[in-house]
Design a binder for this molecule. Structure first.
Ligand code: GRF
Length: 222
């Protein structure tokens, strides 16, 4: 650790409730980090207003202005280069990143996904979990590699499915759980406790054999 807060660049596409949880944790001092910029690929993402209200610089890199993914990523990279950061945090960022981008940021790029990976990668996870009849759903934080929603897992929070759940009710409980999980994992990184080494995750000097498990209603339960 350097003594200064870990600098986070947060990438969003939408409402930004995970960004909000991260900003609150930074402000409360429970997460020893600072959000140095928020970048959205959508000009009207609600999270941009949250960032601005918190005094965080924002930028829009609208993917529709670029003919291809690589042009978009060059602009994204230029914006990241303009404001030095230690970690790039995907928080509801809905663009698939290329293998080149993932490789360039390897070990310094995290994502949160609303399922217990490797179950339900991709979109519509809550609908698919209900259709599959699972007893438990949840969210995962992982290092980003070239495999979409497939990078090494760090931690998961488990949310019981309740009788009568709809995709919306389940999504709301998973989202509340995400707001606990992401700042917690970012805190590990900010404290120098978490690293990606090769394909393996090192936490507190130990190789993770499986992601750290949290229960939505309680504390770390592994
Ligand atoms: C979250 O469910 C996150 O896991 C997924 O996209 C959603 C973003 O929500 N990747 P928000 O913009 O943080 O409110």
């Amino acid at each position: 650790m350097t003594g200064r807060p870990t600098r986070l660049a947060v990438l969003i596409s939408g409402r930004g409730s995970n960004l909000d949880a991260i900003l609150r944790a930074c402000a409360a001092g429970t997460l020893p980090a600072q959000v140095v910029q928020v970048i959205s690929n959508r000009p009207h993402a609600g999270g941009l207003e949250l960032a601005a209200a918190a005094g965080v610089p924002t930028a829009v890199i609208d993917h529709r202005r670029f003919p291809d993914r690589s042009g978009f990523e060059q602009a994204l990279q230029a914006q990241l280069d303009a404001v030095p950061c230690d970690l790039v945090v995907l928080a509801g960022f809905m663009r698939v990143l290329t293998a080149d981008f993932a490789a360039r940021h390897r070990g310094r790029l995290l994502n949160i996904h609303p399922s217990l990976l490797p179950d339900f990668p991709g979109l519509h996870t809550h609908e698919r979990a209900l259709a599959a009849g699972v007893a438990e759903h949840g969210a995962s934080v992982h290092f980003v590699t070239a495999a979409v929603d497939g990078g090494p897992l760090i931690a998961q929070i488990r949310v019981p499915v309740q009788a009568g759940d709809t995709p919306d009710t389940l999504a709301a409980r998973v989202l509340a759980a995400e707001h606990r999980l992401y700042p917690t994992v970012l805190g590990w990184y900010a404290q120098g406790r978490l690293a990606l080494v090769g394909e393996r995750v090192l936490l507190d000097g130990l190789w993770l054999a499986a992601p750290v498990q949290f229960a939505a209603a309680g504390e770390r339960d592994d």
